[in-house]
Design a protein. Sequence first.
Length: 211
Amino acid sequence: MVVAIDGPAGSGKSTIARMAAAELGFYFLNTGSFYRAYTLSALDRGIDPLDRDKVLDNAVSVTITVKDGDICIDGRDSEDRLHTPEVDRYCSPVSADPRIREIVNRSVRALASGMDIVTEGRDTTTVIFPDADFKFYFDASPAVRAERRLKEQPGMDYESILSSILERDRMDMEKASGALKIADGAIYIDTSLLTIEQVCEKVIRTVRGTL
């Protein structure tokens, strides 16, 4: 069974998907982490993240795997380095390349084959798993999402985070491939005024209603 969750940055996708997976006994698969991993790998190797061809060449040569729920780059656990400001800055341009998206899509589908999973990302319900058993779209106001990110990165400036989120939204919605949008049949949940636990409960109740 595939439970897929879409939505903009800061809407609670990753946290809630992980919690729901644990509660349901499913495997948690974060598709966005793959793009972050390719971005981080390029940065580590001194590659300009805006040089699409060089980023693609690197993506073809690097090995991204998942171990105990964590992303590994060439066998090295890199989960704790995927959400730095620098990776945040360049992840969207990297993920906008259709060639990179195809690499990620193939990898994710292969991992999910024959498994019960909860997965999330910005085109999970529209491109990667359009036939998912359950599709959710999480949303929240930009201001709320900026406040959430500030709690995760207390050293950052609120206005800078808000500006980055607005720009990220624009880029994600204007992508030629895998643009952020609400999939047909997706259950829309505005998480702005809800706790993580409340949103997670909505997801679990929906899924368990058919298990």
